[in-house]
Design a protein. Structure first.
Lengths: 745, 192
């Protein structure tokens, strides 16, 4: 779970409530409850090392002091300590809720000597002299009233991120279709909303800029000016400036530089907007680099979620980037559970008629991701508890038809609940894909290449965490495709291709996972060059005879970069090896196909979710293991003579005409009580890793099961045979085998 | 953590949870004890040293379980129904917290010890190894060995890949590798 303030406060609150229960059982002059209370303080002390208001940290230290007195004294609670602890419990609860609402924490109760009670929450505005000293004459600074407007600012921040992203998407649509009045309208309205909200919060500089941009769009709306590329550039520069403000606001909400004035150079943009409005030819120079180049970056660094949890019905909006994922509660009868996660921003192409602004208000609930994760974890626990009850022998011995019916209903409801909870995690890859539009636009402009980006299958759903982590590898691969893959227009025409290069980014379901393809119609990978480079860098031996795909894989080796000229965009040492590592950390795979002169395709195969895998449960002796279904090619019971032994120890089996080595898993793992002494008595499961396959002999197939992957912790981190563990239906732990290790033994 | 048992054997005064292993009695600082649970089915993990018994499900978290008898090379035997798992929290050098379980034969009591009642670990000149021992103390009529749990567990929290301990495993591995080479040769042969 993330360690954002809101998650820390939520954890602290959970401990607080368990603490309360334990405290109720504490009796004077008895020891009962001492260990649990000690353990609660240990948990709180862990939390206190993270971001927590000082007053809370002090109170925990105070509690620890009382507890230590008890430990060193009679080992039983004195009446005084109990009174203290009760007082502490009451105060702590209030303080946490105050912290969550970003309010001032209540002072420590009297009698807690030696604890300072002067410090307040960490979001106080500093003195106003400081605030005025840095304001430049030209650029208006904004100052946030963090104390009073915290909630509004949080909301404004989250909405601005959404709004600016949809503005950017809309602009890219306009670039292809400048006369699309629906999109012009929606961008106009987005700026209008922005202006209104900024005005309400007295953020004058933002309001002014949004106002000018709005006027520009208004003029376009009334066909007074034509949308041209320079105009789009101006609007993009403007929205970048607004983004920069938004990012700074986000930082201050987190507590960084809280209260200091925010200055973003906007006068240049405003001048250009006004010039454009007057009908002057817009200057063709690119927007000021410090605004254009830096602004997208802050957006990528997601600010932390806000620490406020509001009891009001109004949706609270954590200003994280993940806040883009919202939950839509379909309007319908209240007794049906129909909660979908969907993406807030409409596809510009799909819903041109709908305004982006309007979409934000219809039937969505924004939710802190920490709460969502906690819910999903709890549902997982519930499912396990349910199956423990159902499988309990004493319950199974009861012959009550009524009970059986109730249990069936319970099973149905829990599995439905689980399915729904899991679907909450799933979001379309759209958000990751759409960011690439801007990237391609910027690179192609810089490199003077003509590139069209074609997106396909953006509605394909993936685990939210994967979509987030996919963004970086995608940026890198798209950059590579445009930068290295595609040729210059002249070169393309000379080779008989159209001057316009195409990069196609697509997503689709395949083999229980998601396939993402980045395809370009550029010059393709030059195996000779790659090999020469690989040898030069000492990555491969000069005498090695490599297949085509092995040569392509050199690209993924650390220290390899094919760029002949180091450009601003690529060739900075962060190479494809990082991409590969990132994807593998998501338990995915990446492969390359390429035809010289025709183009390259990078294929990424990802699991649907990080949390759950579809597993094949196999039995060997008394042990059970889980093999991820995604790696299983087939399984069969071998007939006599199908398996050929070699040197009486090794064995191969023919799988679709390929002799595949067979591993006797039971013997390999040292399992006791193996039943399949002969190959014919067991089952061979053919697993694959990349292009390699291996047959694995097990005693029996127990079944298919979706399991929630749990980390096994430090102790087993070097045991590469295991990919993780899972809690099974009976509450015991099942081990998940790492197929890549088994295949590459 | 304000009160931490550091591994350089200072700060010995405090409360200790004592437990038995075979006929011997041991103690660990109470501040590191998260909870005590009944012995439950443990999933064995292959290719780990014998004292790593496996993993259990502690309310949704998977934690490793050590057999302290095996760890100290005491005689192994069946666990009685008084056996239980002590769950301890360890503080890694980089500030990470790890939960681990230790199987003991029986939990005895919580005792208060003062620094002056604790004697340093005796030196046996090699065997048994005393690096895990913080000291010994005499209380409630018996000698108790105080263990430095940070040392015992952190050792195992970052254990390196276990060596295969049976020839069967090795030959299974070799066999597979030979077979794989053989398969390639075979394929080439067919190709030609």
């Amino acid at each position: 779970m993330s360690n954002s303030p809101s998650s820390i406060s939520a954890q602290a609150l959970a401990i607080h409530s368990r603490f309360g229960i334990e405290l109720a059982f504490v009796v004077p002059n008895e020891e009962a409850g001492l260990l649990p209370i000690n353990s609660f303080f240990m948990e709180l002390e862990d939390l206190a090392t993270q971001d927590m208001p000082e007053l809370l940290v002090k109170s925990i230290a105070k509690g620890r002091e009382w507890l230590n007195e008890t430990f060193e004294g009679t080992m039983t609670f004195s009446q005084k300590t109990i009174t203290h602890l009760n007082e502490w419990h009451g105060w702590f609860g209030e303080a946490i809720s105050a912290w969550q609402m970003s309010k001032k924490l209540p002072p420590h109760p009297a009698g807690w000597e030696s604890t300072g009670s002067t410090s307040t929450g960490n979001t106080d505005a500093p003195s106003s002299e400081e605030a005025h000293s840095e304001v430049s004459v030209e650029e208006k600074a904004i100052e946030l009233n963090l104390k009073e407007d915290a909630e509004l600012l949080h909301e404004f921040h989250a909405e601005s991120i959404d709004g600016l992203q949809s503005i950017e998407q809309g602009l890219l649509v306009l670039e292809d279709n400048p006369s699309d009045s629906g999109t012009i309208n929606s961008i106009f309205r987005a700026f209008h909303t922005f202006k209104g909200a900024a005005g309400f919060l007295r953020l004058i500089a933002l309001q002014d800029l949004a106002h000018d941009l709005e006027s520009l769009l208004d003029a376009a709306r009334q066909s007074k000016i034509k949308i041209t590329t320079p105009i789009i550039d101006i609007i993009l520069a403007g929205s970048d400036a607004l983004k920069k403000y938004t990012y700074q606001i986000g930082l201050q909400l987190k507590g960084t530089n809280a209260g200091s004035p925010i200055v973003v150079p906007t006068s240049h943009v405003i001048q250009r907007v006004r010039a454009a409005l007057r009908g002057d030819l817009p200057p063709t120079t690119p927007p000021p680099p410090q605004v254009a180049a830096k602004a997208p970056e802050p957006i990528a660094e997601a600010p932390t979620p806000d620490p406020t949890i509001s009891a009001e019905p109004k949706p609270q909006s954590p200003p994280t980037e993940t806040a883009l994922n919202v939950i839509s509660q379909k309007k319908g009868p209240l007794n049906t559970i129909e909660v979908n996660v969907t993406h807030l921003i409409p596809t510009p192409t799909a819903s041109k008629e709908q305004s982006a602004v309007k979409d934000q208000s219809s039937g969505f609930v924004k939710l802190d991701t920490a709460k969502l994760d906690a819910l999903i974890d709890l549902v997982g626990e519930l499912v396990i508890a349910q199956s423990m009850v159902v499988q309990d022998p004493s319950i199974q011995n009861l012959e009550s038809r009524n009970l059986a019916r109730s249990l069936r209903q319970l099973s149905r409801t829990t599995s439905e609940l689980q399915r729904n909870a899991m679907s909450l995690r799933m979001v379309p890859v759209r958000s990751a894909f759409q960011k690439m539009g801007r990237l391609v636009r910027d690179i192609s402009a810089q490199q003077k290449k003509q590139v069209q980006l074609v997106l396909d299958g953006e509605e394909t759903e993936l685990d939210r965490n994967i979509v987030e982590k996919l963004a970086d590898p995608l940026v890198h691969m798209i950059r590579n495709a445009v930068d290295h893959g595609l040729e210059s227009p002249e070169e393309r025409v000379a080779n008989g291709k159209s001057a316009l290069g195409t990069v196609r980014l697509s997503a689709s379901h395949q083999r229980g996972g998601i396939l993402i393809r980045i395809q370009d119609d550029g010059k393709g990978l030059n195996t000779k060059k790659i090999l020469a480079k690989g040898i030069e860098r000492g990555l491969v031996s000069p005498t090695a005879e490599l297949t085509e795909s092995e040569i392509y894989n050199i690209v993924f080796m650390p220290g390899f970069s094919t760029a002949e000229t180091i450009t601003d965009l690529s060739g900075r040492g962060v190479g494809m090896d990082v991409v590969k590592r990132n994807i593998e950390s998501l338990r995915g795979k990446v492969e390359i196909q390429s035809v010289l002169g025709k183009g390259s395709t990078f294929t990424i195969l990802l699991p649907l979710t990080l949390a759950i895998i579809d597993g094949l449960m196999v039995g060997i002796g008394n042990d059970r293991y889980i093999i991820p279904t995604i790696s299983v090619r087939e399984s069969f019971r071998p007939k006599v003579g199908m398996v050929t032994s070699i040197h009486e120890r090794g064995a191969v089996v023919s799988v679709r005409g390929r002799q595949t080595p067979v591993l006797r898993l039971g013997e390999f793992l040292g399992t006791e009580g193996i039943k399949a002494k002969n190959y014919e008595d067991g089952i061979i499961i053919v697993v694959e890793s990349g292009e390699d396959m291996r047959g694995i002999l097990v005693d029996e197939l127990i079944g298919k099961q979706e399991v929630v992957i749990k980390s096994m912790g430090e102790t087993f981190k070097d045991n590469h045979l295991l990919a993780g563990a899972a809690v099974l239906g009976d509450g015991s732990v099942g081990l998940i085998l790492d197929v890549d290790t088994l295949v590459n033994l | 953590m304000t009160t931490q048992i550091s591994s350089d054997n200072k700060l010995k005064t405090g409360r200790y949870l004592t437990f038995s292993l075979g006929n011997e009695s041991y103690g660990i600082p109470v501040l590191n004890v998260r909870e005590i649970i009944r012995l439950c089915p443990i999933t064995p993990v292959p290719r780990m040293p014998t004292h790593i018994k496996g993993v259990i499900n502690l309310r949704g978290t998977v934690i490793a379980v050590l057999d302290l008898r095996a760890k100290f090379q005491l005689a192994l035997g069946d666990y009685s129904d008084r056996a239980c798992i002590i769950v301890v929290q360890l503080n890694g050098p980089d500030g990470t917290k790890t939960l681990m379980g230790a199987i003991v034969d029986a939990v005895e009591e919580v005792v208060q010890l003062r620094d002056d009642s604790i004697e340093p670990a005796p030196d046996f000149g090699g065997s048994p190894d005393t690096q895990y021992i913080m000291g010994v103390t005499t209380c409630t009529g018996s000698v108790k060995t105080l263990l430095d749990i940070q040392k015992i567990f952190l050792d195992d929290a970052s254990i390196t890949r276990a060596l295969p301990d049976g020839k069967a495993r090795e030959s299974a591995l070799l066999g597979a590798r030979n077979a794989s080479n053989a398969a390639e040769t075979n394929l080439l042969g067919v190709g030609k």
